[in-house]
Structure formats: C-alpha cells, structure tokens
Design a protein around this ligand. Structure first.
Ligand code: CP3
Length: 342
C-alpha cells in the first residue's frame, strides 16, 4: 500500500498528516460525473461494473484523496430480498412494495452473500485491481435502521411516523424486520471485504430522528450484530450517523473502529465522550464547501485543532458533498488538510 494514512488512522497509529476523504466524493458536483449520467440512469450506472469503477475513480484523478469509496447506493442491495427499488428523477428513489405488516416481513428473502448486489462486489474487485494499492478502497452499506425506514416509508419521509408506528404498535414485526436486515447488512459488508474493500462504512444517516431509549431498544442490537459480522476478520468498520449528539455513547456501544460524527458536535467534546480508544471521522459542515475558500479553510483548521493531540482522526464532512460544490474548493480543502502535519 503506497498511501496507508487512512488505514493507519483507523488503527490509531501515527500518521504524517491527517488523512482525508469525503462522503459523496464521486457525484453530481463533478462535471465528468454529470456527463456520464447523461448516458446511464442511476441504477444502470450502479449495475454496470465498468461504469461504477469509472465513477469511483473520477475524484481520485482530480484530488489527492486518501481513500476511494465504491460508487453505489444503499438501496439496490435490498433487491436481493425481493424488494423493488426505483430511482425516479426528482423525487429520489422509491420502494414499490413497502414493508408494513407481518406478512411483508415474512416475504423478505434472506439472500446468500453472492446474491447481494453482485455488480457492486464485481466493481470492488475491478477497482482494487485498478487502484493497485495506491490508496485503500472503502465498501459500504446502509445500516439496518436507515434501510428499514426506507422500506417502511416507501421513500423519503418528513416525520418517519410509519417507521415509528411499526416500532411502537407492532414491536415483534419490527424486530423481525431488523433481524433480517442485520443479517443482510453483515453478510453484504463481509462480502465486500472479501472482494477487496479494505475498510467498510455503515451509513445510519437517518437514525438521529430517534430518542436514545428507542435507539437502545429497537436499533442498537442490530447495528451491533451487523458491525460484528462485518469486522470479524479485522477489516476496520466506520460507524456513521447524523443528528445523534444526544446519544453518541450509544452509537459507540453499538460498535465500530471509527465513529463518524456530524458538525452538530465539536470533535473534541465528541472524543471526550467516546473515549480515546476509538478513531473519529468528521466533521465539517458540507455547506462550508460553498463558502469562500478563506472561510472554508478557517473552519477546516478548527476541525483539525479540535482533533489535535488525538491519534486516529480521519478528516471528512459531517455528511455528503452537495451537488452545488465547486470542485476547486474540494481541491483547496484537501491541500489545506495535508499541509498541516498531524
Ligand atoms: O459516499 C458515497 O458516495 C457512498 C454512496 C452513497 C450514495 N448515497 C450515492 C448516491 C450513499 C452511502 C448514499 C446514501 C443514501 N442513499 C441514503 C442515506 C442517506 C444519506 O444521504 O446518507 C439514502 C436514503 C439513499 C437513497 C438515495 N439515493 C436518495 C434519497 C437519493 C436522491 C437524493 C440525492 O442525494 O441525490 C439517491 C441518489 C444518489 N445516491 C446519488 C449518489 C451519488 C445521486 C445520483 C444522481 O442523481 O446522479
């Protein structure tokens, strides 16, 4: 491995400077991505390994990023359970057969590893060959809760009342659903590691809508199981959430070698609560990439200052790169982070 800064930070080993990669570093803010998407729908891009490889590598050609993340989405792996996923332009993706009652959960298949998004597993094999050890490749999955919320709501939701309704009114059905999803997620992450992913990120992007009590009862055991299955053979696991400042300790309890945090918590106070024996990823507000570069780098410096003195900081945003981001601001950010010795 020529650049192992990112993996060293996952293990809390000393680094020459802080590693940086960005969630959604491959995406709509890049003109070359938008150009490719004119010729391929979202699902087609994900399901055609050569296209997914190309999109994964686009930001790596432009910027000195310390890790690549395989191009894909959290929803297509659900098709292996018999779920119908559709990406509409405008409204985002939709689940055509939402999961609402016991019979819906019973109908969900529990697939074997080879059946779960095989095109992404192939894209990982091809990308790691292409990267040839220059930088590590990250695989990912949606977390059981974020996937369940999409399955139950059928799409994006403002208040998640159907998801919470299922939890509160039919707890046995909820637990049955989360049981199946945690197996899917654990199996899929493990398969990605076998295909060549050197780190794995669990995206629990929506879990911040829950109270700590609900998280503990209805989610924590399932995230823990997925993380244990994923990291079983020593692959570092990044546990990413947003809006969870009120329950960081519970996120930590669920597991992960690296805890991803958003901008709503200061890095230094987050680390104090998480304990020194875990790495931390984050946490610049993605909107700062739209700000003038001096403002952007000032706030990025604040993030680095808050992490100073800790081993195991991975610089990232608190959530994904926004489509309106100027690519040269990403370049300025990467250079600034690398210019400071850790
Ligand atoms: O960091 C990464 O690039 C990993 C890949 C990834 C994508 N989406 C790529 C993507 C991941 C982990 C996601 C997460 C995701 N996807 C969630 C969890 C919430 C979150 O944002 O963290 C959900 C609910 C989805 C489903 C989904 N996919 C939605 C709601 C949308 C439309 C909204 C949006 O942001 O575009 C997508 C499309 C999507 N997923 C794109 C990308 C790069 C844009 C595709 C395009 O239009 O070209």
């Amino acid at each position: 491995m020529m650049n192992d800064r990112f993996l060293r930070a996952c293990r809390r080993e000393p680094v020459d400077c802080t590693p940086i990669w960005l969630m959604r570093q491959a995406g709509r803010y890049l003109p070359e991505y938008r150009k490719l998407r004119e010729r391929h729908s979202m699902l087609e891009a994900i399901k055609t390994p050569d296209v997914a490889v190309e999109i994964t590598l686009q930001p790596m050609r432009r910027f000195d990023l310390d890790a690549a993340i395989i191009f894909g989405d959290i929803l297509p792996p659900l098709e292996s359970m018999g779920v119908e996923v559709r990406f509409t332009s405008g409204d985002g993706p939709a689940i055509m057969n939402p999961v609402r009652i016991a019979a819906d959960v019973e109908r969900l298949r529990v697939p074997v590893a080879e059946e779960i998004a095989p095109y992404t597993q192939e894209a990982i094999r091809l990308t790691s060959k292409e990267l040839a050890g220059r930088v590590p490749l990250i695989g990912f999955s949606g977390a059981p809760f974020t996937l369940a919320s999409y399955l139950v709501e059928g799409g994006f939701s403002r208040d998640y009342s159907l998801t919470k309704g299922l939890m509160y009114q039919e707890p046995a059905v909820w637990h049955g659903l989360m049981d199946k999803l945690s197996h899917l997620v654990g199996t899929y992450l493990r398969a990605q590691a076998r295909a060549g992913a050197q780190a794995l990120q669990l995206f629990d992007s929506w879990v911040g809508i829950l109270s700590p009590a609900d998280y503990r009862e209805f989610v924590l055991p399932y995230s823990r199981r997925a993380i244990e299955m994923a990291g079983g053979e020593g692959t570092p696991v990044i546990h990413f959430t947003t809006g969870t400042a009120g329950m960081l300790e519970l996120i930590r309890e669920a597991g992960g070698d690296v805890i991803g945090i958003d901008w709503r918590t200061d890095l230094d106070s987050a680390w104090e609560r998480l304990g020194a024996n875990v790495s931390v990823q984050g946490n610049l507000d993605p909107v700062l990439l739209l700000a003038p570069v001096p403002q952007l780098t000032r706030r990025a410096a604040l993030v680095l200052d808050q992490a100073a003195g800790h081993l195991g900081h991975i610089f990232n945003l608190g959530h994904g790169v926004l489509p309106a981001t100027p690519p040269d601001h990403v370049e300025a950010l990467v250079e600034m982070v690398h210019s400071r010795t850790a």
